[in-house]
Design a protein around this ligand. Structure first.
Ligand SMILES: O=C(O)CCC(=O)C(=O)O
Length: 267
């Protein structure tokens, strides 16, 4: 079957706002991805991050770069419409995999995802990028991923910080992310309630964050697929360990992302 053609308004919204909603395209893959996430949680990588909630609250578990050892992830990445959808959103000839990222907030997980841009943590520069955040559980508006519409065009890299607000590099010269939650009406905040099969797509430069999972019974599993278009280049970031670390990548700064870690999915 050929890949769906996205409506022009969806592509326009993605390029204007740096984020858009995609309805239903991933429905056939939800069980595959749930099985992959279950396998991933049972066999996490050495880079897994686990934030244990306080007083018996659920965990927030994040893991990444496991696609080459989790067959369900490989199946999705190479056989679903994700690359074709990313290609249309970015408007590029080529689509390369950057990595997949799994983010699970167990019931009651009391850790919000702070507002941030992804790119300052990443070993890439360029603006033809898209993450497809695919929830594997229904996500009501009050605990969905949110975005600052248009923030991908600010020209800024905001300071990357750990969840405890410690900068990765105090001397990076970058400005901290503004206080968005303290001043929400000053920002164009976008967010959508989502069903399994839906996704949100966003640029690596778009400011985004997510609330804690206040539900006592429902988990919030998400599979985030990071894709790169034509103008993305490898970036060595002085003074920080990038996330993901990509320890085996030896590309020179500024080069095309042509390495086995980043397979070409289209073009
Ligand atoms: O799922 C979350 O809470 C955060 C997701 C996120 O920041 C991302 O996918 O880049």
């Amino acid at each position: 079957m050929s890949a769906p053609i996205l409506p022009a308004e969806t592509i326009e919204a993605f390029r204007r706002d740096g984020a858009c909603v995609l309805r239903g395209y991933f429905k056939p893959w939800i069980e595959t991805l749930r099985a992959g996430v279950a396998r991933n949680l049972a066999e996490p990588s050495a880079d897994v991050k686990i934030y244990q909630g306080k007083d018996g609250a659920g965990r927030f578990v994040g893991d990444y770069c496991n696609w080459d050892r989790i067959p369900e992830y490989r199946d999705f990445i190479f056989n679903s419409d994700a690359a074709a959808i990313g290609q249309q959103l970015m408007g590029t000839k080529t689509v390369r995999l950057f990595h997949e990222h799994v983010l699970v907030k167990e019931p009651g997980a009391d850790v919000p995802t702070p507002w941030h841009q992804d790119q300052p943590y990443y070993c890439v520069d360029g603006n033809e990028t898209v993450s497809l955040w695919i929830p594997l559980d229904a996500v009501p508006r009050e605990r969905t991923l949110e975005f600052v519409g248009g923030s991908h065009t600010s020209g800024k890299y905001y300071r990357p910080e750990r969840f405890n607000k410690q900068a990765l590099n105090e001397n990076d010269g970058l400005e901290p992310v503004p206080d968005i939650n303290g001043n929400r009406s000053a920002f164009n905040i976008l967010g959508w309630a989502l069903e399994p099969g839906d996704a949100v797509a966003f640029n690596y430069l778009t400011l985004h964050g997510a609330p804690a999972n206040k539900s006592a019974t429902e988990q919030r599993r998400a599979f985030s697929l990071r894709l790169m278009g034509d103008n993305v280049r490898y970036a060595r970031r002085e003074g920080i360990n990038t996330s993901p670390p990509f320890r085996g990548v030896t590309l020179p700064h500024g080069s095309v992302m042509d390495a086995p870690e980043f397979p070409l999915l289209a073009g």
